[in-house]
Design a protein around this ligand. Sequence first.
Ligand code: GLY
Ligand code: MN
Ligand code: MN
Length: 439
Amino acid sequence: MNHNRQIYRDRRAALLIQMRAQSGGGLAIVPTAPEVARNRDSLFPYRHDSYFYYVSGFPEPEAVVALVAGPDGDRHILFCREKNEEREIWDGFRYGPDAAREIFGFDETHPIAELERMLPELAADQPALYTPLGLFPAWDRKVTDLLNEVRNRIRTGVAAPEEIVDVRQPLDALRLVKDAHELTLMRRAAQISSGAHRRAMDRTRPGWHEYRVEAELAHEFLRSGAQAVAYSSIVAGGPNACVLHYRDNNRELQNGELLLVDAGCEYQSYASDITRTFPVNGKFTGPQKAVYELVLLAQLACIDAVKPGADFHDYHRVAERVLAQGFIDLGLCKGNLDEVLESGSYKQYYMHRAGHWLGMDVHDAGLYQIKGASQKLVPGMVLTVEPGAYIRPADNVPEEFWDIGVRIEDDVAVTATGCENLTAATPKSVAEVEAACRR
Ligand code: GLY
Ligand code: MN
Ligand code: MN
């Protein structure tokens, strides 16, 4: 018995309400992700599509949700693989349509092999078709074939949907605001990742390779019940911290360097995304500490700017201002604050945004801007707060700052009064970080 099935039913109902409001009804078809070959007959570990999972909670490949907002009411339909003793011996358990109907709360379930036969009937006379467009090429072809098949039947008196809508548009808006169930899972994902960062701080030693730290993170994720990393862990020692999407993770860590770790687990389909930067030998040098404290000042100011009613873009502006002033104070930027902001010279050291939506996907669904205006924050939105400073060797940079790269990233949920820091258990002040790096 899946006690959460009402949650997924409610989400489908919310989509159906939206379809009626926007198009006077219609058919939504939402496929899960295909399995992807890694090489020869080996597959990448399977990860369902997040939109599909959001409306089903169903974990298997080869499945499609079909939702009908029709004149006779709503229908919640799931197509999935049939039970198959032989395949289950090799590849593991399958729910099969009968069990899936009960457990996942659908009105009807059918074998996936029935999809092509049934879809033209479901789509006939519907005013609108809601489905992802341009997400999976094989699915796009299926949708085109479906529409052609319905059009071929026009002489029999049926009409094909006139309006085609990317179903991700209404689903993005729903996914942007997390419900209590989602927040519970995200707190757990954050807690596990926080433990992994503490473990990395505790264990790392000069002479370790970055991949050994990556292994410590993975160990903590998996032993705590996370299913996977939410994205490839970035374990970036010394100059590698200034490579924003560094992934090689194969440098030997040197005494006196900083290590930037950007790593988060996926727990029951929800991502966490934490960055901490700490000294390999457990003690910040003067210049490292100066840059670290500046990024921390910016990060704390950004968190203060996350509250209901604020613009999404507000906290990025806070990051720019605090960092630009700090770069001036450290002698890294010339001019006054207005000049540095106006010219953008601070972008030599801070060139990314201050954060992004977080949820099932690490860069989660949801618009940042609507018709040119920033999205307003409301309770239930979850976002990362991740300013940084990346100082590459250059003629205009004092040598003591060369190769210092610092990012500090937390995951915060907007609440009625401000925000809840889901990753607050991760050491962050200089004193906390040095204490966590027992050497
Ligand atoms: N780890 C990816 C990001 O911070 O956006
Ligand atoms: Mn992030
Ligand atoms: Mn990150």
